[in-house]
Design a protein around this ligand. Structure first.
Ligand code: IMP
Length: 194
């Protein structure tokens, strides 16, 4: 069985292929000849995941799935959320600027609770299914660690003494929001395939 992951992000593809094992073959957008930069202008993570999955399903007639992730901070009413990649004004995907702005907004606040949340939209046999993965934790007061990406240097998962950026890829991927959302989708697909 083949399934398209609506992304060309090599890092995510590797992670997903590792989790899928030989249960099914995960194809990238490049594998199906799609070089579109799909506009993610939804108001929620779910809407963005749906936009990407529907794009592939409608144009290529393929079973597919797409994901979107955000950091939701309690004291900021869930921000940056769906705007996580472009939190700092005037920048795009500037992790250092995004992280600096987050720490600035939380200065003096006691509540530093936050969570990473991933939404996955799967379209299989023309039917849509949504999956979610969450990891709860806290925003540290200073960045620590060099691994990972995005907000990893300031996110400490519950039960950890280190940030995600202090952990190896294996350690992070074993508990991450993306991993949990993928596991939920895999469970569903395993039941469907059986
Ligand atoms: P995307 O859904 O993977 O494109 O993620 C959107 C934004 O959320 C990224 O640009 C990062 O700023 C942030 N983000 C997503 N996943 C992670 C993660 O695992 N660690 C840290 N930041 C992340």
């Amino acid at each position: 069985m083949e399934i398209v992951f609506a992304s060309n992000n090599e890092h995510k593809l590797q992670e997903i292929r590792q989790i899928a094992g030989d249960r099914f073959k995960v194809l990238s957008l490049a594998d199906i000849g799609c070089d579109a930069d799909i506009t993610e202008d939804g108001d929620t993570l779910e809407a963005n995941a749906r936009i990407k999955a529907r794009y592939v399903a409608s144009r290529y007639g393929r079973d597919c799935f797409a994901d979107d992730t955000g950091l939701e901070v309690e004291a900021l009413d869930g921000a940056p959320g769906v705007h996580s990649a472009r939190f700092a004004p005037g920048t795009g995907h500037d992790s250092a600027a995004n992280t600096a702005l987050l720490l600035e907004k939380l200065e003096g606040k006691d509540n530093r609770r936050a969570r990473f949340r991933t939404a996955i939209c799967l379209i299989i046999g023309g039917e849509e299914h949504m999956f979610e993965g969450i990891v709860d934790g806290e925003i540290t007061t200073t960045p620590a660690g060099k691994a990972g990406f995005g907000y990893d240097p300031v996110f400490r998962p519950d039960g950890w003494t280190a940030t995600f950026a202090d952990a190896s890829a294996e350690e992070k991927n074993s508990v991450s929001h993306r991993r949990r959302a993928l596991d939920n989708m895999m469970k569903f697909l395993d039941e469907k395939i059986d």
